[in-house]
Design a protein around this ligand. Structure first.
Ligand code: AGP
Length: 608
C-alpha cells in the first residue's frame, strides 16, 4: 500500500526522500512523487511507474527540486488509475500533501469545495483533503489540521507542507501507520522504520489524531485540543542491513534463509527451564485455560498459520478453535462472548480487516491476543495481549519467515495450553520443547538439501496453467500456504485441496496438463494420501511429492520427490514449508516474474 516519507534537515533532501521511498517499495506501488520547499516555494515532481521512472524524469527534465524540507510518496492506486496526475503529492501553491489511507466521504467534501470554486485535477480522494486544508487555512496549520480531521471520515496518514512554514512538515494519522524518525540534525516521517534505518533508529509512534510539527531541530506533538503531548522515544532494534538484500538475488530468498535465526530468536525468550513460557507476554495460563473457545482471525499467509494452529491446539489441548478470514469474520456477526479468546495474527500489524476484526472482538467483550511482527503497529497497540514474533523486517511481499515464526508461536501456545489443561505430562511437554529447539538447525539443512530438487520441480511446473496442492490433516493446512505462495509470485493458478475430498468433484479437472504437488508428512495419513496420489496419477497428473526420508515411495507414486529429515510429525509442517517456499520461489524466477513485488499486490494491506 502507499508509502510516506518526509525529511526536515540540513541536507538536500530530494535524494534522501527517494532513497527512503525505495525502502518502502516492498509495500507495493504504481507511482511516486516528491514535494520539496525550493526557495520558499513548494516544488512537486511526480510520475506514474516505479521510482526509477521518477528519477529518470527528474534527470531528463533537470527538475530535481533543491531544498532541505520535503515529503515523498509511493502510491498504490485506490481512487483513479495509476497516472502522473493521480500520483501524490497533491495540493496547490499553499498546501501540499501525501496521503496513505482512504477518505470515505471524499465525494461530499469534493462537492462542497466545487461549490466554493475549487477545481480538481485528479480522481483521488487525497486531493479533496489537500483542498480542504487550503479552504480552512487562516494562518495556523495546527488549527487547520484539527478542523480538517474533524470533517473527514476514513483512514489517513498525512504528510503536509504549508507554504508559510517552509522549514516544517506537519503530520497526522488515523488507522494508517505513520511514525516520526528522530535524527541528530534532521527529523523524518515514514510509514515504517525500514525507510529510516539508514538515518536513525529512534522514533516516536504517532497515536490517532495526534498532530506532529517537525523541523530539523525539533519535533512537537499536539492533541486535538492543541495541548502538547509528551512521547516516549522508541528504538528500532533492526539493523540497516536487515532491510537490504545482503548478496541474495531477491529478498524472498534471503528471508527463506533467515528462517532458522528468526525461529530461534522468536522461541528462545519463550522457553524457561525446558518448558514453554508465554507469560512474559502478559498471558495468564490460568485465564487461558478457562476460555470456552478460541477464534483465530487473520488474512492470507497469517490465516494459514492459524489453520495449522487450529490443528495442533485442538489435537493437543482439546480446546475448540475456529479459524476465520478477517474480511469475512468482521461481517459475519460472529457469536463472541467474554468467555472467548480471539487471536489475531499479522506480520505487519496494520492489515485493515484484521484490525477491524480485533476491534469488533474487543467490543463484543472477548479477550484479544495479537501475534504480530511489527513492534508498535496498530494491532499490537490495541490487543489486550501481544506476542511479538521476531522475524525482523520482511520485505518480500510473499511471506516466508513471518509464517514460520507465526507457526512457532502456535506450537508454543499449543504445548503450554495442553500442559496447563493436563492433556500432556510435564515430561512430554519438555520433550516437545527439546525437539523444537533443534528445528532451526534442521531447517538450515533442509534449505541446503532441498534447493536442487525444488529447482528441478519448479522447472517442471513453470509451464502449467493450473496446479493442485493436496494433503491431509496438517499437510492439507500447509498445502494452502504452498498454493498461495506459488500463485501470488508465479501467476500460475493453483488450488489447495484436501486429498480425500478430490473425488467429490475436483478430480474431474485432473489431466496430464494439471500437475499436482502432494504433501504427505503425517505417518498416520501417509498411506491414505498415497492412494489419493495414485488416483491423480491414473488421470495423467505429474506428481511432486514432499515426504519424509523414511517413507518408502514406490516408483509409480511420484514423478519428482523432495525428501525431508524425520522429526516428530507434529513439527513436519514447519519443515515442509521450506520446500514449498523454494518451489514457489524458483518457479517465479524461472518465469521471469517480479519475485519480491508481484503485480497488483501490496505488502501491508491497509484498506478493506
Ligand atoms: C502472503 O505471502 C501475503 N503477503 C499475504 O497473504 C499476507 O500474509 C496477508 O496480507 C496478511 O498480512 P499481515 O500478516 O501483515 O496481516
Amino acid at each position: 500500500m502507499c508509502g510516506i516519507v518526509g525529511y526536515a534537515g540540513k541536507e538536500q533532501c530530494a535524494d534522501i526522500l527517494i532513497d527512503a521511498l525505495s525502502k518502502l517499495e516492498y509495500r507495493g506501488y504504481d507511482s511516486a512523487g516528491i514535494a520539496v520547499f525550493e526557495n520558499g516555494v513548494i516544488k512537486t515532481e511526480k510520475s506514474k511507474g516505479k521510482l526509477a521512472d521518477l528519477k529518470d524524469k527528474l534527470a531528463a527534465e533537470n527538475s530535481k527540486p533543491e531544498g532541505c524540507v520535503g515529503i515523498g510518496h509511493t502510491r498504490w492506486a485506490t481512487h483513479g488509475e495509476p497516472s502522473d496526475v493521480n500520483s501524490h503529492p497533491h495540493g496547490n501553491a499553499n498546501v501540499t500533501i501525501v496521503h496513505n489511507g482512504i477518505i470515505e466521504n471524499y465525494k461530499e467534501i469534493k462537492d462542497f469545495l466545487l461549490k466554493k470554486g475549487y477545481n480538481f485535477d485528479s480522481e483521488t480522494d487525497t486531493e479533496t483533503v489537500a483542498k480542504l486544508l487550503d479552504y480552512f487555512y487562516e494562518g495556523n496549520p495546527l488549527e487547520t489540521i484539527i478542523k480538517v480531521i474533524s470533517e473527514v471520515r476514513g483512514s489517513y496518514a498525512l504528510g503536509i507542507l504549508f507554504k508559510d512554514f517552509p522549514d516544517k512538515i506537519f503530520a497526522v494519522r488515523k488507522e494508517s501507520p505513520l511514525l516520526i524518525g528522530l535524527g541528530k540534525t534532521s527529523n523524518f516521517i515514514a510509514s515504517d522504520m525500514t525507510a529510516l534505518l539508514k538515518y536513525t533508529r529512534n522514533y516516536y509512534l504517532l497515536e490517532a489524531n495526534e498532530i506532529a510539527v517537525i523541523s530539523s531541530e525539533n519535533v512537537e506533538i499536539f492533541d486535538t485540543h492543541k495541548n502538547p503531548v509528551a512521547k516516549e522515544v522508541n528504538v528500532a532494534n533492526w539493523d540497516a542491513d536487515a532491510a537490504e538484500k545482503g548478496g541474495y538475488e531477491h529478498f524472498m530468498l534471503k528471508e527463506i534463509h533467515e528462517q532458522p535465526t528468526a525461529i530461534k530468536t522468536t522461541i528462545s525468550p519463550r522457553i524457561n527451564a525446558g518448558m514453554p513460557y508465554l507469560e512474559e507476554s502478559g498471558l495468564n495460563m490460568e485465564d487461558l485455560k478457562k476460555y470456552r473457545k478460541i477464534f483465530i482471525v487473520a488474512c492470507g499467509t497469517a490465516m494459514h498459520a492459524g489453520i495449522v494452529g487450529k490443528y495442533i491446539i485442538e489435537k493437543m489441548a482439546r480446546v475448540e478453535v475456529t479459524v476465520d478470514i478477517a474480511s469475512e469474520f468482521r461481517y459475519r456477526d460472529p457469536i463472541l462472548t467474554s468467555e472467548d479468546l480471539v487471536i489475531v495474527i499479522s506480520q505487519s500489524g496494520e492489515t485493515a480487516d484484521t484490525l477491524a476484526a480485533l476491534r469488533l472482538s474487543k467490543e463484543a467483550g472477548a479477550k484479544t491476543m495479537a501475534v504480530v511482527n511489527v513492534k508498535g503497529s496498530s494491532i499490537a497497540r490495541e490487543a489486550d495481549i501481544v506476542i511479538y514474533t521476531h522475524a525482523g523486517p520482511e520485505i518480500s511481499v510473499a511471506s516466508t519467515k513471518a509464517y514460520t515464526v507465526q507457526l512457532s508461536i502456535m506450537y508454543l501456545l499449543a504445548f503450554e495450553l495442553a500442559y496447563a489443561k493436563g492433556r500432556i505430562s510435564k515430561e512430554r511437554c519438555e520433550q516437545y520443547i527439546a525437539d523444537f529447539v533443534k528445528i532451526p538447525d534442521i531447517i538450515e539443512d533442509v534449505i541446503k538439501s532441498s534447493e536442487k530438487s525444488c529447482q528441478f520441480a519448479a522447472s517442471k511446473l513453470m509451464n502449467a496453467d493450473s496446479l493442485l496442492y493436496i494433503g491431509r490433516g496438517l499437510d492439507y493446512a500447509l498445502s494452502m500456504e504452498g498454493s498461495l505462495k506459488l500463485k501470488e509470485i508465479s501467476y500460475i493458478h493453483s488450488e489447495a485441496y484436501a486429498a480425500g475430498e478430490l473425488k467429490h468433484g475436483t478430480i474431474s479437472l485432473v489431466t496430464s496438463e494439471m500437475p499436482v504437488v502432494a504433501v504427505a508428512t503425517q505417518s498416520d495419513l501417509f498411506e491414505k494420501t498415497v492412494s489419493n496420489i495414485k488416483e491423480v496419477k491414473a488421470r495423467g497428473a505429474k506428481v511432486t511429492l514432499i515426504c519424509k526420508e523414511s517413507d518408502n515411495v514406490d516408483e509409480d507414486v511420484a514423478d519428482y520427490l523432495v525428501k525431508l529429515p524425520v522429526i516428530d510429525d507434529v513439527f513436519m509442517p514447519i519443515l515442509a514449508s521450506v520446500p514449498l517456499q523454494l518451489i514457489a520461489y524458483y518457479t517465479s524466477v524461472l518465469k521471469g516474474c517480479d519475485v519480491d513485488k508481484p503485480r497488483n499486490l501490496a505488502k501491508s494491506v491497509t484498506v478493506e
